[in-house]
Design a protein. Sequence first.
Length: 142
Amino acid sequence: MSSESTPSPKKQQLLNQLHQRTYIRLGTSPVHGIGVFANRDISKGQSGLFSNDPSEWIHLTHAELAALPTSSRTMIENFCLYDDAGYFVPEYGFDIVDPVIYINHAERPNIQSVNEGSDFVALCDIAAGEELFLDYGELVDE
C-alpha cells in the first residue's frame, strides 16, 4: 500500500463519514442479546442515524419461510419484522448485515421509523452509550 498525500474522493468521503456521521454501534444489550447503541450524543430530531441503504425489504409468506433451510428460517424469525402474512427480509438476505436488524423493542422508544424504515429519527436526546429502541408496533401496519 502506498501512502497518499491527498486522499482519493472515496477515501475522503469515508473519512468524513467516520468523523461526522458515525452515530451508532452494536453492543451487548441487557434487553435482548445484541442491541444498537449511540456511539456519540444524538440530539432530538436527528435523522440519518443509519446507512442510507437503497435496498428493499421483501415480504416472504409463511409458506415460503417454511420451505427454507432451518438456519435461514431461524435468522429471519430472530432478526426480521413480520406481520400476519409473513416476514420482511432484506433483498440481500444476510450476506450484508444492517445494524437496523439489531434494534430492540420498547414500549417507550427513543427513535422512530420514518418512511417505512428508510430513515430513523431521534424522539429525544440520546446520550452516548445509551441503547436505541423502536416500538415494533409502529413499524408494520397490521
